[in-house]
Design a protein around this ligand. Structure first.
Ligand code: ADP
Ligand code: MG
Length: 572
């Protein structure tokens, strides 16, 4: 082992950058936060490439003089706190004093700034943490930071970046989250020469929310406000009909800081109890204003998480207020339940399991095809079995001589839909059908970015859409299998899968078909008649791959007679 020594400042910064600066969007987040802390009323961003080529931010905030500029790039230099007590009362977005030095250690950057009281600005130029140049420059009041060639000196980090489209979406998300909270600030974002966001300053959350979340929400939301000692919450919630397939439409803030907090998100969802379909999540904007001494913001290097001193109380007030806002009638019932002790006041450790969809992995026990012998199944594998019945309106129970099968009806149907869609697309004669009246759909900024990413594979699927003005698209034709489907909701489902990263660019096509199949399939919980089960089994036998659902989950669990006998104790 080499002898022990103190790390160089450069290396320390690079290590810190590993925590704070994960991807281009982290740079954008930190720089936007700095501009907001400097009380800028206008923030303009320009990004090229995936954000690794250039990120440039211009603000009209308080600026820095030469001395401050040199201090700002030093590690643990901050103007925002001076003592431990300040840490207990943070009102600014930053406070750790490590964002700038971290960013500067993993790219080539120029920071220029001019304070209101001075007649000229100063700049410093830094390459991978090393000062290259500095001097005087003419510029308006405020600060300009330009970061080029991000991660050029940390190739490992660069290698872990996702596709440009994904990184760009992450940037849009960061700016959207900040823009909702600071609606009085003008934001603009230009990506590769195209204006992606242009948000004039406004005096209400609502105005800003329409611009970011999409106009379709305009008549589909409720506002809420609730005050208790030490805490105030306010914001807006979309009606259940506007629910989305992911949590991407939930925006949560603590003292104006955008946080991804489990308690807050679960509390919002809890407020919709009984009103959302399975795997649907609301659109919501929640602001929590809380006494800074009742939270710890210093639990995460990127400050994306907070810790509450009284999580149950926070959960309770949010869930109850949201419930009241979304459905005043149901709210009474909700309160009753809460009093019986099943309600939100206990935040259990295992609450996660209530909301997280069950994720199946091949290593999991019970995968019926783990033994090679079953890999190929006979032509009438399914239809030759005797139907015993259905269980929980979700599983079809089948039997043959020595085995008992529990078949997941939703997964089975999904597999069939998937294969039909695939065939449907391949067949030349079943071309997509042009809609007499195109269907218009208003999208949010992240949705629109996702749409642009999958326009082509959508077209290959027979779903033809074209831009129709400001973030509105017109759906012009659909494939025959989907003529009677709710195409808007299918499309939104696809866009949200792209946004959440569950649909990635390499498997767009297959992935999209799988999503649509899932969307169109009979849900678990709907009871099937015997003839319907027969038809399903026949379809399964005709399917090319009838062992797993399109996501790779097994369709059934097979249990041997011998195994049952062991359970019962007939066999040792
Ligand atoms: P922190 O934000 O945690 O204080 P940073 O490294 O992000 O740490 O920034 C260091 C300091 O540089 C800030 O405390 C602030 O004084 C100054 N600074 C950074 N960006 C700006 C800006 N856009 N305008 C004015 N001052 C800035
Ligand atoms: Mg900062």
């Amino acid at each position: 082992m080499a002898s022990i020594q103190v790390l160089t400042q450069e290396l320390i910064n690079q290590i810190a950058a590993g925590e704070v600066i994960e991807r281009p969007a982290s740079v954008v987040k930190e720089l936007v936060e700095n501009s907001l802390d400097a009380e800028a009323s206008s923030i303009s961003l320009e990004v090229s490439g995936a954000g690794t080529d250039v990120i440039r931010i211009v603000d009209n905030g308080s600026g820095m003089d030469e001395h401050e500029l040199f201090l700002a790039i030093k590690r643990h230099a901050t103007s925002k706190i001076t003592c431990f007590d300040d840490l207990q009362a943070i009102r600014t977005l930053g406070f750790r004093g490590e964002a700038l030095p971290s960013i500067l250690s993993v790219g080539r950057a120029t920071v220029s700034s001019r304070k209101a009281s001075t007649s000229q600005g100063h700049y410093i130029q830094i390459d991978a943490g090393t000062l290259i140049d500095h001097g005087i420059r003419g510029m308006p009041e405020g600060t300009i930071v330009e970061v080029r060639d991000l991660f050029f000196n940390t190739p490992a980090r660069k290698k872990f970046l996702k596709t440009s489209a994904t990184e760009q979406r992450a940037i849009i998300d960061v700016v959207s989250r900040a823009a909702i909270s600071f609606w009085a600030v003008r934001f603009s974002l230009v990506m590769n020469g195209r204006t992606v966001m242009n948000l004039p300053e406004t005096d209400s959350l609502k105005d800003r929310a329409w611009s970011v979340l999409g106009k379709q929400l305009k008549n589909q939301y409720r506002e809420f406000f609730q005050e208790r000692p030490g805490i105030t919450i306010h914001g807006m919630v979309g009606l259940p009909a506007e629910a989305r397939p992911t949590r991407a439409g939930i925006y949560t803030y603590v003292n104006s800081r955008s946080v991804k907090d489990y308690i807050l998100t679960s509390a919002i969802i809890d407020g919709y109890k009984g009103m959302l379909m399975k795997n649907k999540y609301p659109v919501a904007v929640l602001f929590v204003e809380i006494d800074p001494s009742d939270i710890d913001v210093n639990v995460h290097p990127t400050k994306a998480e907070v810790r509450f001193k009284h999580p149950s109380a926070v959960f309770g007030i949010i869930a109850s207020t949201v419930s009241q806002a979304v459905s005043p009638q149901k709210h009474d019932l909700y309160e009753e339940e809460r009093e019986r002790g099943e309600g939100p006041l206990q935040v259990r450790e295992d609450r996660e399991s209530q909301y997280e969809p069950h994720v199946w992995t091949p290593s999991q026990e019970g995968f019926p095809f783990s033994d090679a012998g079953v890999a190929d199944i006979e032509e009438d594998f399914y239809s030759s079995k005797k139907i015993i019945g259905t269980l929980f309106s979700t599983y079809i129970l089948l039997q043959d001589t020595d085995f008992f099968y529990i078949l997941d009806q939703h997964a089975a149907h999904e597999r069939i839909m998937y294969e039909k869609l695939k065939v449907n697309i391949k067949e030349a004669e079943t071309r997509s059908q042009v809609l007499l009246n195109p269907i218009l759909l208003d999208l949010s900024t992240p949705e629109y970015a996702a749409f642009e990413e999958i326009t082509e594979p959508l077209q290959a699927l027979g779903i033809e859409c074209s831009p129709f003005g400001d973030r509105t698209i017109a759906i012009r034709s659909v494939p025959p299998l989907l003529t009677d489907a709710n195409i808007q909701s299918i499309l939104l489902d696809l866009l949200h899968s792209v946004i959440s990263g569950s649909l990635n660019s390499t498997d767009h096509f297959d992935g999209m078909i799988a999503r649509i199949a899932c969307h169109r399939s009979i849900t678990s919980g709907s009871r099937l008649a015997d003839e319907e089960i027969r038809a399903l089994l026949g379809d399964l036998d005709r399917a090319e791959n009838s062992k797993t659902c399109p996501h790779g989950r097994p369709l059934f669990k097979k249990i041997g007679k011998a195994e049952i006998e062991r359970w019962i104790g007939r066999r040792p």
